[in-house]
Design a protein around this ligand. Structure first.
Ligand code: NI
Length: 171
């Protein structure tokens, strides 16, 4: 089921999300819904708070061409970051049509629980590394615009407030 994506500013996007205590059928359904919502948008990553669920779950697929590689990460944690940084132009499904360069560690090692309840670990690089850091930030109430200067951030936030008013009117 495709779920509606919250648009910034929204208090639910600023919350520190709760860890998932147990992988239940509801959690598996949420992950499946999030992947469906992400592919439909279309996007390469989505975090649970973006669909209004303040739990520590993210989904991603950074394959642009070729076979899809859907990933669902429960309680993801960055356990190592490279000193090397890289810059990507980031966007966010909760901040439509706004993009900005963000500098982050070029590689990260992440530990998480799979939907089978088993712990997993993987080192991410390239676009995957940027995406996983962006999505984990969402679980701590942080958006990519929080890395920008205050003026740029305010400008984007005003545009989003206007977009939300327009969408509300269009009903
Ligand atoms: Ni995002």
């Amino acid at each position: 089921m495709i779920r509606p994506i919250l648009i910034h500013p929204d208090p639910r996007l600023k919350k520190v999300c709760d860890p998932v205590a147990q992988i239940t059928p509801e959690i598996r359904q949420l992950a499946a819904d999030m992947l469906e919502t992400m592919y439909d948008a279309p996007g390469i990553g989505l975090a649970a708070p973006q669909v209004g669920v303040t739990k520590r779950i993210i989904v991603m697929d950074c394959i642009k061409e070729g076979d899809p590689e859907p990933m669902a990460l429960v309680n993801p944690e960055i356990i190592w970051s490279s000193e090397d940084l890289s810059v990507y132009e980031e966007g966010c499904l909760s901040i439509p049509e706004q993009y900005a360069d963000v500098k982050r560690p070029a590689e990260v090692k992440v530990r998480w629980l799979g939907l089978d309840g088993q712990p997993q670990e993987r080192q991410f690089s390239g676009l995957w590394a940027t995406c996983v850091q962006h999505e984990i930030d969402h679980l701590d109430g942080k958006l990519f615009i929080d890395y920008l200067g205050p003026l740029k951030r305010q400008m984007i936030t005003r545009k989003m407030e206007k977009l939300k008013r327009e969408r509300a009117r269009a009903g």
